[in-house]
Design a protein around this ligand. Sequence first.
Ligand code: BG6
Length: 509
Amino acid sequence: MKKPEDMILVIFGATGDLAYRKLIPALFALDCRNMLPEKFSILGVGRSDQDDNVFRSRMEEGINKFADKPESASTESLDRFITKLSYFRMDMKSAEDYLSLKNHLEDIKNRSENGRNILFYLAMPPAMFSVISDGLGESGLSRSEEGFRRLIIEKPFGSDLESGRELNRILHRSFEENQLYRIDHYLGKETVQNLLVMRFGNGVFEPLWNRNYVHHVEITSAESIGMEGRGDYYESSGALRDMLQNHLMQVVGLVAMEPPSSMEPDSIRNETMKVFQSLRPLSEEDVPRQVIRGQYISSEIGGKVIPGYREENEVDPSSRTETFVAMKFYIDNWRWGNVPFYVRTGKMLPTKVTEVVIHFHPTPHKLFKDNDTCNSCNQLIIRIQPDEGILLKIGMKEPGAGFNVRSVNMDFHYADLTDIHLPSAYERLLFDAMKGDSTLFSRADAVEAAWKFVAPVQKVWSSDPEQKIYGYPAGTWGPEIAHKLIEGSKTGWRFPCDNLTGNETYCEL
Ligand code: BG6
């Protein structure tokens, strides 16, 4: 594989958790697989006063704890990698400090000849995105004649349509759209990317992938954890903004898109954008009927009392922030006309799992009367995590007299490809941004389209105090009423376990 061009990676917020747990370990994993540029330096930027050695030893600790390194990785390779790191202290609100940073980057370039290209990563709270983008623009760091300048940011990209647009406007003051890499880490997941290969690399699925054969599509992203110290952040976010507007909508885009004309980034991103443009807008009256919000309440699991959301640290005891959301919607185009899409996500559900379920129509004529018992036949399950894989559920004859039909599984588990390393989302996305491949990054128009789609929900929830928020005991699959959202199907939601082919009725807690 061709390596990316030589460059400096500048990480703003390098003393924070993201760099420690994810970014630097992912970079080391890339280094072990020989996927970093020949000449490469990492400059950590932060507010705290520390020298290169303190920064390096903290990052080394992060690598030792979190890097998915091959067995062959040696102490020497770690030592070599660590020397690529250095630290620069600055106040990110000071125009003067950006000029010092510019001079410092010039020095690195003169010393190591790899500074023609610069990739900036903002591992910072979103409130700082515009400040840093403007700082880079005004100091002349965002453009260069001699090499590339790119900027990586990670969600949230605003908190509603207006702030999402405003953020794009500010970013575009200093950077062109093709310099921007907006991370949605779901797009970095191998199995999300595999949706493209599965759909467009096999002749068998595509002819069935439309309203003539698909009854409905179900997408679930469940988490078994609660706030884990993030109550403050979550209070201003909630499941709709935290998961649905971004991660789940990106998955919808890949499931529903038309075949792209090529694998060029914009060819794919144009197709997902068309899906977003075809989403049937929800009216304010649709919201209570088609969108269910829930909040977990205290429960007892295995003799242990689990606190409810309102009892979590930094959460308002009368909070109306949703920790669960389930939504029904339509995509108004030829392929999907009148096929309902159902998505749901939540915290404190029975297990951690993300999957897409394509429910095919039942047979038009019932030859086998016991077919009625085969409620889960005719399903294709694309498991995004964990136990990544694909499962086709089909009806087969039970051995013996008569024609009793039983649901059986045809399954493929990614883990069976034992010779292949599944890169973490950050490995994949950092590598792509270094190479300048923006396929797996969200484009400005798509971010705005996704905000536009959820805007009526945000409006109704925030302006109408009568709108219900339903409680669900921690450790259950959300409010009862959400189970009724799926109509006209015998199956309802799938209740998946962490094991792709495991017991699907209810997970053991
Ligand atoms: C993040 C959300 O974007 O995604 C978190 O802010 C959530 O609340 C996380 O836990 C889920 O990601 P994953 O990869 O664990 O499914």
